[in-house]
Ligand binder design. Structure first.
Ligand code: BGC
Length: 748
């Protein structure tokens, strides 16, 4: 058979079809070589290629992989609010996959940061589903534009590491649809990832890997997913149940393909279901073939390092800059304190751990650029007690300097896949060190290295500047110098709120669950949706980030573009003499609604780069979904008619302008019946004229007349019409009968 002849599933035996539904080893698909289906390699992800050196044995060695560019993990990339830049990161990752003959890179992971203690927050994108979907999509489109596949993971509701293989995340349908699904949904609908990786956990009592509703009804039937679903590593527990639910591929293999063969023979798997699942694997091989046939390709290591550096620059978020302490003049006398300046923390631990192609620390960069600065490590990176000698050395180093750059953050052991954090605080010894240094020299800028938010509240008063640098990947040293010395202005914006205290977080009441389940009691009120709705103070709100420039948002115009759509345009002016970028954010604030809705939600954004003094007009369209909520009553999205405020701003709490649109609504209505309240009858388009006819009959003395005082009207409005006798006595029955009879006539 020629190399290019790839069969349809109809050309395969039952055994061959079954074999396609599990891997060949931990990092390979299972091929049917003599029928032209290769067993391509698939591997992690997500912020660079992690091709294990133990590939021949198929073993899992997390820290031993071929060198690849380590881009900033998602916590940073999401803060860039720049999908085009993220697309470039994706393209670069694909080129590295082509060199290493990897057909699918396992990422991005777009689970919501439900609680900032979540162990994988560093590799997830946001607390907001719109932002997560509209940034991470760049990875999928970028990688796949080069003929390499992605694996959107972990579908779905993998928001914690505690008990992750077994726990049941118990979530309302509304929260699933509004918070936990939309990032997946957007990426599936707009970029068609070649593969999706299902989560380990259960959702409402059913493992994701065996969840027919999730993997078939929602993902394929509703969203139109065309690729294959693979299990997270070890997430498939019952191959027959999984295959029937819509799982194409078990990874790594449990060497049980015979169970699929027997089940098919015994009718426990329908032939068409096995064909569908196996054909997906054949299609995946087909899609991969072109890129995997390129031999001898070498990616440009320096060019990719540059992409990583640009991504790192845009990942940083300037939180505080009192007295314009940043940028620093490189000719000033600068004290650098903190081990992270010499030994950067640039990625998280676990399956995403990459061996970088090169690595430049901040100190290395200073040396390269000829910037002289004094340095003291200040603390050891391990969890040991503080060594007083390190404190004294740091205080001495800070003495008399024009500015002190203090590199603080979370040591590697504090956050990783596999466990959740127990505190949002940075180690106490670092806080004590900061206090000691600031007492000697108040001109302190803290540079933070952490994968998910840390509390700044206890120590922010000791710093004039705070630069949240997340984990910056391999090019972080140079990127930091670019920002700190003002060669480029910071432009990152928070993709998650910075709470004052972890106990302010609404999910803490149900974190991390107990006895095998975790109840998502906060519903849709995740992150700023809670803080902003309930007026809770935070240290830094969602969407926040300072710049060396200043911007003005003016001339905002909100206009209705259809029955339930709108558009907003705003003029953005860089009012400073510094070139920089600003991110315009659009939030929709619903008016009075039938259900409890967050005060406002992000529904659009645009990052604009403006030279000093320049302006531009940003236009953002809002589709029907921007105004909808998931109605459990309709089991569907629902846009109510009425007024919606459209807010334009630069964070969830810096709203520059608002406009109101009055939408028609989608007209969805449930059929009325005896359990519908009188109020529902009165406001329903079919019910209202019947109520009016009934009232006319009351006036005419043909039916009992309804009492017309406010108190009674209030009672009536909330009363199902089968209870009319409670208020009206026996004649109430006639009213109920009249309403139901007339309704029957109109709707039959
Ligand atoms: C992780 C996945 C990863 C897989 C393969 C699992 O433990 O949850 O994100 O892709 O391992 O390394």
């Amino acid at each position: 058979m020629s190399e290019n002849t790839i069969p349809s599933v109809n050309d395969l035996t039952l055994e061959e079809k079954a074999s396609l539904t599990s891997g060949g080893d931990a990092w390979h698909l299972q091929g049917v070589e003599d029928k032209g289906i290769p067993g391509y390699m698939i591997t992690d992800g997500p912020h660079g290629l992690r091709k294990s050196l133990a590939v021949e044995t198929g073993a899992t060695d997390l820290n031993d992989s071929v060198p690849a560019t380590c881009f900033p993990p998602a916590a940073g990339l999401a803060s860039s609010w720049n999908p085009e830049l993220i697309h470039q990161v994706g393209e670069a990752m694909a080129e590295e996959c082509i060199q290493e003959k990897v057909a699918v890179i396992l990422g991005p992971g777009v689970n919501i940061k439900r609680n900032p203690l979540g162990g994988r927050c560093f590799e997830y994108w946001s607390e907001d589903p719109y932002l997560a979907g509209h940034t991470a999509v760049g990875i999928v489109s970028g990688v796949q534009s080069k003929g390499v596949g992605t694996s959107l993971k972990h579908f779905a509701v993998n928001n914690q590491e505690t008990d992750r293989l077994r726990i049941s995340a118990n979530v309302s349908q509304r929260a699933l649809r509004e918070i936990y699904f939309p990032a997946f949904e957007h990426i599936v609908k707009t970029a068609q990832p070649w593969t999706i990786m299902c989560a380990y956990n259960q959702i409402n009592g059913v493992h994701a890997s065996q969840n027919h509703w999730l993997l078939t009804e929602v993902l394929r039937d509703e969203w139109g997913f065309e690729g294959i679903v693979m299990s997270d590593w070890g997430a498939a527990h019952d191959r027959v149940a999984s295959l029937n639910a819509g799982l194409n591929l078990e990874m790594p293999p449990s060497f049980t393909d015979d169970t699929i063969v027997y089940a098919a023979r015994e009718g426990r798997i329908a032939p068409e279901q096995l064909d569908r699942m196996a054909q997906g694997m054949v299609d995946l091989a087909n899609k991969s073939r072109a890129a995997m046939s390129i031999d001898g390709y070498r990616f440009d290591v320096d060019a990719h390092h540059e992409v990583a550096r640009q991504a790192a620059i845009e990942s940083m978020v300037l939180l505080k800059n009192d007295d314009a302490i940043l940028p620093l003049n490189p000719a000033a006398s600068i004290a650098v304190i903190g081990e992270f300046a010499r030994t950067p923390r640039y990625q998280g631990g676990g399956s995403s751990h990459i061996t970088p192609t090169k690595m430049t620390s901040f100190l290395d960069t200073l040396a390269e650029r000829g910037v002289s600065a004094s340095f003291a490590p200040g603390f050891a990176l391990d969890l040991s007690e503080q060594d007083p000698a390190l404190t004294s050395e740091a205080v001495e180093t800070a003495k008399g300097a024009d500015a002190v750059l203090m590199f603080l953050g979370l040591p590697e052991a504090a956050e990783s896949e596999g466990f959740d954090r127990e505190t949002l605080d940075i180690p106490a010894k670092q806080v004590a060190l900061l206090e000691a240094v600031a007492a000697e020299n108040p001109n302190v800028v803290v540079v933070l290295s952490n994968g998910s938010v840390v509390t700044v509240h206890p120590w922010a008063g000791n710093a004039k500047g705070i630069l949240e640098a997340w984990l910056l990947g391999q090019a972080g040293g140079g990127a930091l110098a670019d920002v700190i010395f003002g060669e480029v202005s910071p432009s990152g914006k928070l993709a998650q709120s910075v709470p004052m205290d972890i106990n302010d977080d609404p999910s803490m009441l149900n974190w991390p669950g107990e006895e095998g389940h975790v109840d998502y009691g906060e519903g849709v009120f995740v992150g700023y949706r809670y803080y902003d709705t309930y007026g809770k103070a935070v240290d830094y709100p969602f969407g926040f980030g300072l710049s060396y420039a200043s911007f003005e948002l003016t001339d905002a115009v909100v206009s209705k573009t259809g029955a339930n759509t709108a558009s907003v345009s705003v003029k953005v002016t860089n009012t400073s003499d510094v070139d920089a970028a600003e991110t315009v954010q659009v939030y929709v604030a619903p008016g009075k609604a039938e259900v409890a809705r967050p005060k406002h939600e992000l529904k659009g954004f645009k990052k604009v780069f403006l030279k000093a003094g320049e302006s531009t007009t940003a236009t953002i369209d809002l589709d029907e979904r921007a105004f909808a909520y998931w109605s459990e009553r309709f089991n569907d999205w629902h846009v109510e008619s009425g007024e919606y405020t459209v807010e334009v701003g630069t964070s969830s709490r810096d709203i520059a302008a608002t406009g109101v649109v009055t939408l028609d609504g989608d007209g969805k209505a449930l059929p009325l019946n005896e359990w519908s309240t009188f109020g529902e009858w009165r406001t329903d388009p079919v019910g209202a004229p019947i109520v009016e006819a009934m009232q006319a009959k009351g006036e005419a003395g043909e039916l009992v007349k309804l009492p017309d005082n406010d108190m009674m009207a209030m009672f009536l409005n909330s009363m199902p019409i089968n209870s009319m006798t409670t208020l009206l006595g026996a004649p109430g029955k006639e009213i109920t009968a009249f309403l139901l009879d007339e309704y029957g006539k109109v709707t039959k």
